[in-house]
Ligand binder design. Structure first.
Ligand code: NAD
Ligand code: DAU
Length: 356
């Protein structure tokens, strides 16, 4: 049994699907089901033997203690977070609450649980913290890619809150000996991504004939990784990573934003042809404040130590992603009109923590 926080979100849901598909044992997902958490992402796992779902907030220590005592996991994989940079600029408080305080509460609950485990279980227990390359700040065009030695230099409230959580994890290892692992990954894309992030937003806006809003000059660079490749890397780190270590994860797929948007338009033109295509919908809009210019990941450590390699190129991953959104109109509609929130209310009742 492993405990997965944030498993109803984009990467967490992909991770849980892959976990079961690759023949692993049980998993319990703990998720607050914020606007980004969607039980529809896990619908096919509901009722499956070995799958459990707990609706709880990582800031709630008592709920965390209860889950750990009841399910006795051998590892915690910690995805739960507020994850969108633009939201963090408009309202940073929730980012500090979940990403910093929530990680603190989870670390403390994990420590209390771990110290009480019997010898062999104590030795094999792992706390894997899923983090981001944004903690390293921004690169210039000619700078080398982020290695694990790069100094932290976060620029957005989101990045600062994740950097702070990484520091807590490090401290809990150094001070208390908690057997931690940290992964810092670049931009993910793929199925189940909430359509506030660049790639799904552009796919859906394009299909709906809406503007494709590219921030600033569109030349900011991100290092893209198909989500299942990220999940495979997390599985490798969990299985064989060295305790107390950090592993950077990336696909070596640097692309300028405007190139990404044009690639989406081209993929749509091939799969859903339309007179005039989609590129005419691109609009350059006001830049994001503090917008990091470039991210790039040096993944040589996870490749060299753990033999991890991404399976998808940017082209193959983007094609799969566009197809997925075209084939899942129901998922899109439910996310767009909020129906999935009504289902949560119906299923869990108003006395439980609801979506924000
Ligand atoms: P997401 O926003 O899609 O999902 C986050 C999930 O966490 C949701 O299910 C949400 O309900 C849950 N959650 C939020 N606050 C919670 C709380 N207080 N208690 C319990 N659950 C809570 O995010 P994502 O894109 O899947 O990212 C997952 C993790 O991976 C995050 O830690 C993020 O920082 C990290 N990460 C994301 C990317 C990316 O490109 N998306 C890249 C690198 C790292
Ligand atoms: O690098 C990892 C990070 O990637 C993760 O830690 C974050 O959780 C994840 O959200 C992502 O952050 P970004 O800010 O890079 O992702 P986003 O999809 O919001 O934006 C990608 C790029 O596209 C960025 O340079 C901003 C730009 N952008 C984004 C949106 C939503 C636009 O030009 N227009 C848009 O409408």
């Amino acid at each position: 049994m492993i405990l997965v926080t944030g498993g109803a979100g984009f990467i967490g849901a992909n991770f849980v699907h892959q976990w079961f598909e690759s023949g692993h044992e049980a998993a319990v997902v703990l998720d607050k089901l914020t606007y980004a958490g969607n039980l529809g992402n896990l619908a096919d796992l509901m009722g499956r033997s070995g799958f459990h779902f707990v609706h709880a907030d990582i800031c709630d220590r008592t709920a965390l203690q209860r889950v750990l005592t009841e399910h006795r996991p051998r590892a915690i994989v910690h995805f739960a977070a507020e994850s969108h940079v633009d939201r963090s600029i408009r309202g940073p408080a929730q980012f500090l609450q979940t990403n910093f305080t929530g990680t603190f509460e989870l670390l403390e609950a994990a420590r209390e649980y771990w110290v009480a485990l019997p010898g062999a279980q104590r030795d094999s227990f792992r706390f894997l913290h899923v983090s981001t390359d944004e903690v390293y700040g921004s690169l210039r065009e000619t700078d080398p890619a982020f290695s694990e030695q790069r100094a932290y230099s976060p620029n957005s409230p989101y990045a600062a809150s994740k950097a702070a959580s990484d520091h807590l994890v490090r401290a809990w290892h150094q001070t208390y000996g908690l057997p931690t692992l940290v992964t810092n990954c670049g931009n993910n894309y793929g199925p189940y991504q909430f359509p506030e992030k660049l790639i799904p937003l552009m796919i859906l806006n394009a299909l709906e004939g809406k503007p494709l809003p590219v921030y600033g000059d569109g030349l900011n660079v991100r290092d893209w990784l198909y989500v299942t490749d990220h999940c495979t890397a997390i599985q490798r780190v969990l299985a064989s990573g060295r305790i107390g270590q950090t592993y950077n994860i990336g696909g070596g797929c640097e692309r300028r934003n405007v190139e990404v948007v044009r690639a989406i338009c081209a993929a749509l033109a091939a799969l859903r042809p339309r007179a005039g295509g989609y590129e005419s919908q691109i609009e350059f809009v006001q830049d994001r404040p503090g917008h990091d210019r470039r991210y790039a990941i040096d993944a040589s450590k996870v490749q060299g130590e753990l033999g991890w390699r991404p399976q998808e190129t940017f082209e193959s991953g983007l094609s799969k992603t566009v197809r997925w959104y075209l084939d899942h109109a129901d998922w899109v509609a439910a996310v767009r009109d909020g129906r999935y929130r009504q289902w949560i209310e119906l299923h869990y009742g108003s006395d439980r923590p609801g979506p924000t």
